[in-house]
Write a protein that binds this ligand. Structure first.
Ligand code: ATP
Length: 199
């Protein structure tokens, strides 16, 4: 699996539609201060499912939408697509190329797509889970992440090893099943209450 390219439209400083291709090997992005280098990594992080505006250096999620300049009007939405090579079937999808898209409107409404088909944020989290790529993956190493790895809190370090070992998907499913169990027990209590009232 490899990141082959990214298409950005209306995200942060990118008012114009841009398309970047990443060939094999190492790609370095260079440019003057404030030219938008970090905005590209923010765009990648955003599509991978980042839900924290703070992690994207904003106050609220809509801050990722191009806010305009003296010469250009603000945009009404931001859209970013990651193009991933899937010839090794890292993602359990029968396509050699996987396109993952995230779009947000000024109203706050969000849209997610996998290979141009609408999906939920949950589906995006699930396809990236255990690939090391997801929101909590170790493929994006920001400043905070290094602190997390060096942290004395064993829980923080454990999360990184669990993602690498490919077991975070099962932890997530277990937690989801436990939440359902709690809800089911609450519903059961309600049913017992009603039965008791009727008797
Ligand atoms: P440095 O080398 O200093 O780290 P950089 O190349 O990484 O800089 P970025 O931090 O990616 O630069 O980009 C900062 C620029 O992006 C700023 O000029 C900021 O005004 C602009 N920017 C951020 N969010 C938006 C937005 N929503 N709309 C328009 N411009 C934005």
């Amino acid at each position: 699996m490899r990141l082959k390219g990214i298409k950005i439209n209306g995200f942060k400083s990118f008012a114009d539609k841009i398309s970047l291709s990443f060939s094999n090997g190492i790609t370095a992005i260079v440019g003057p201060n404030g030219s938008g280098k970090s905005n590209i990594s923010d765009a990648v992080r955003w599509v991978l499912g980042e839900q924290s505006a703070k992690m994207l250096r904003g106050a609220k999620m809509e801050d990722v939408i191009f806010s305009g300049t003296q010469k250009r009007n603000p945009m009404g939405f931001a859209e970013v697509t990651l193009i991933l090579d899937n010839s090794d079937r890292t993602f359990h999808i029968e396509f050699d190329e996987v396109e993952v898209t995230r779009k947000v409107f000024l109203s706050g409404e969000s849209q997610y797509m996998i290979n141009k088909s609408a999906c939920r944020l949950k589906d995006i989290h699930e396809i990236f889970m255990d690939t090391g790529l997801g929101r909590d993956g170790y493929s994006m190493v920001g400043q905070g992440k290094i602190e997390e790895i060096l942290s004395s809190k064993s829980d923080d370090r454990r999360q990184i090893f669990e993602e690498a070992a490919g077991i975070s998907k099962y932890r997530y499913r277990k937690e989801e099943a436990q939440r359902k169990l709690v809800r089911t027990n609450e519903n059961l209590d309600r049913v017992y209450d009603i039965i008791a009232e009727l008797e």
